[in-house]
Design a protein around this ligand. Structure first.
Ligand SMILES: [Zn+2]
Length: 237
């Protein structure tokens, strides 16, 4: 096989390897995105659960305040009843003082309850919104994840085809180069790479200037002195 034909096959292999690499990267990216979407969804759900808990907590406090109001009101009624028919001035004063402090207590309790009821309205709205956000994000997450699964499956099929095509091209190479390419493929992500300003794009080591020129001319088969990958020019197509 003349070097030019051999190099052309290597160029094709290098193009396919790059496509394969990009597809794999996209698949990894999909996986990562899927994971971070799941994490985000868990945060939304935790927020919704916390909002629900806060809402429940206020409900309990409001109930206990209402109980206390009832008790104080009953006590107030009892004291007021006691006042009727009482003639001893000292006793009347004492009861009146009690009544006045009970009224103050009742006022405070009612203020606290109103404040809490306002807060409860806010918390209820927050809890409802939080659940809404969690559900809506959950739906979006599911849709995006399904799209990514489809995309990855498609990329997987594409990579299978590329793999088959690479295998076919490797089979066309003379046995020495064919075996070398196969061995490189076992160990490395790419067996055939380009160079950039004389730096091998497989291992990023600099090669002699003259060697880079030979690669660009495409007349001789060149291997990187450091990583032994085959070095080829970019496709001329
Ligand atoms: Zn190299």
């Amino acid at each position: 096989m003349d070097p030019k034909t051999l190099i052309n096959i290597l160029v094709e292999i290098s193009e396919l390897e790059q496509l394969q690499l990009r597809a794999s990267e996209q698949m990894n990216h999909n996986e990562e995105l899927k994971f971070s979407l799941e994490e985000l969804q868990a945060e939304y759900e935790a927020d919704a659960a916390k909002a629900a808990r806060d809402n429940e907590g206020t409900k309990v406090t409001v109930r206990s305040l209402e109980n206390e109001i009832r008790q104080v009101s009953e006590l107030l009624k009892v004291k007021n009843d006691l006042l009727v028919g009482l003639i001893d001035n000292r006793q009347v004063r004492a009861i009146k003082e009690e009544i006045s402090s009970l009224k103050m207590r009742l006022d405070r309790l009612e203020d606290d309850t109103i404040e809490l009821l306002n807060k409860q309205d806010k918390l209820k709205t927050e809890a409802r919104e939080s659940v809404g956000e969690s559900i809506s994000h959950g739906k979006k997450t599911k849709d995006r994840q399904e799209a990514m699964v489809r995309d990855s499956a498609e990329l997987g099929r594409k990579n299978d085809n590329i793999k088959g095509e690479i295998k076919r091209l490797v089979g066309m190479l003379p046995s020495v180069e064919g075996r070398a390419v196969q061995q490189l493929m076992k160990k490395l992500d790419q067996a055939v790479v380009h160079h950039q300003d004389g730096a091998c794009l497989g291992c990023f080591n600099q090669m002699p200037r003259q060697q880079a020129i030979v690669v660009d001319q495409g007349r001789e088969v060149v291997r990187c002195p450091s990583c032994r990958r085959f070095l080829v020019h970019k496709s001329w197509n």
